[in-house]
Design a protein around this ligand. Structure first.
Ligand SMILES: [Zn+2]
Length: 323
């Protein structure tokens, strides 16, 4: 552990619950979101960018909620406008802040292109307008798994096993809640369809080649295992770092289009997205997110998010060059 990083002062707020929702709120400016939350009776007690050992971090908003809970909101996964973003820098700053803030529950939702191989052949397929609780993820090259110079991450001294990468307790909770709202055509739970999030590689969305490859692969997987697998192409904030930090990641996705080149689609991808982001989603997601932050439970130590971080024998540390 680098002492410069270990002793770096944290000057931001603390809270047990954090919201870093991304594209579901892209139709709203930051001040519009905060204005809406003030109208709900939330006290905004902090709204500043926070310095981190990896560079100046994103804006952190801290609220006192009506029933006494404290929560923070970091817009858009921690991304900063106009900066030349190395995705791992963004994630390191974000997760360092979440760690220092003592966050236990990370509420994050994004939008995605559905690459369900079943297409329009059944009403049960994942279609634009559906709410999805992902089952697992496929790691892209940019997903951070460590916090540099903190000793956190890697496979020593703790191994983060990645079964149930997204908090199963909170996944059920979000699914029940999404069903109650009546906003979504269908809610897909991991027990019904094994949705794999494909984290992006930067620079673009999925290519037609990726779409075709994953469509065939998930179809074969489904036939082989007698289960239904499907790929969603969208954001995937590191469940690995969440597990290393003991954070329950409450992740949802809203399918907003078919993946690029999927045979079920007949519409222009960006026109569909912009209509949904700017006009259809904002108020729904403001209401949804506010109620989540006010009421989402904090799971106990028996949750797989906690039990699947396994301490490794101390001797493994002694087998290396000592500092
Ligand atoms: Zn959990």
């Amino acid at each position: 552990m680098d002492p410069k990083v270990a002793n770096y002062p944290y000057l931001g707020p603390k809270a047990p619950v954090a919201d870093i929702c991304g594209s579901v709120l892209w139709g709203l400016r930051v001040d519009q979101v905060n204005g809406d939350r003030k109208q709900r009776g939330w006290g905004l007690t902090f709204s500043e960018r926070v310095s981190t050992p990896y560079g100046l971090g994103p804006l952190v908003n801290h609220y006192k909620l009506p029933r006494g809970r404290e929560a923070i909101w970091i817009p858009s996964y921690g991304a900063i406008r106009g900066e030349d973003l190395d995705p791992s820098d963004v994630q390191h700053r974000l997760f360092w802040i979440l760690m220092q803030a003592g966050v236990k529950v990370l509420f994050v939702g994004g939008t995605s292109g559905t690459n369900d191989w079943r297409g329009l052949s059944t009403e049960e397929s994942i279609r634009p307008g559906d709410f999805v609780l992902p089952w697992s993820f496929y790691r892209g090259p940019n997903m951070a798994g460590t916090l540099p110079d903190t000793g956190i991450g890697g496979v020593l001294p703790n191994l983060a096993q990645m079964a149930s990468p997204f908090c199963p307790t909170l996944s059920d909770w979000l699914a029940n809640y999404a069903e109650q709202t009546g906003h979504f055509r269908r809610v897909h739970r991991p027990k019904d369809v094994r949705v794999i999030l494909r984290s992006p590689t930067g620079g673009t969305f999925e290519s037609e080649g990726e779409t075709a490859a994953w469509r065939v692969l998930t179809k074969v997987m489904s036939e082989t295992d007698n289960l239904v697998y499907a790929m969603l192409h969208g954001d995937c904030v590191s469940p690995i770092l969440c597990r290393h930090l003991g954070i329950h990641e409450a992740y949802f996705h809203i399918a907003v289009n078919w993946a690029e080149g999927h045979p079920a689609t007949s519409t222009d991808l960006t026109e569909t997205l912009d209509q949904i982001y700017v006009h259809d989603l904002p108020q729904i997601m403001l209401d949804f997110g506010a109620l989540v932050l006010e009421t989402i439970p904090i799971p106990g130590p028996e949750c797989p998010c906690i039990t699947l971080l396994k301490k490794r024998p101390d001797v493994y540390q002694d087998a290396m060059t000592q500092r």
